[in-house]
Design a protein. Sequence first.
Length: 115
Amino acid sequence: MHLSPAHDEHPRTPGDVRFALAAELLALLGDRARLTLPHALTGGEADVGTLTEVCGAARPAVSRHLARLRLAGLVATGKEGRRTVYSLRDGHLRRLVDEALNVADHRLSDRPPHD
């Protein structure tokens, strides 16, 4: 396996608390829908209806996933009239999702072709 150098390496050895919090974050994003939603929000704000179309899940499930992401502090909400719109709270989550997708790309390219 080829490991590319990290551009923004963590400057110090993380302690148990940091590892625990990082593990919680990764577990939260371990669901395909909850990984798809932040990726969809990299393009800007979106409402539940738009995110439901992108995600391909039922609207109640998307609402629950968004609530978990909001409670974890990963997405923010705002109002546009009567609509609630969601956005990423900061660029860290965007980079994390991008890196996860880059790892997936590398794993796919390392696979032998199917017959």
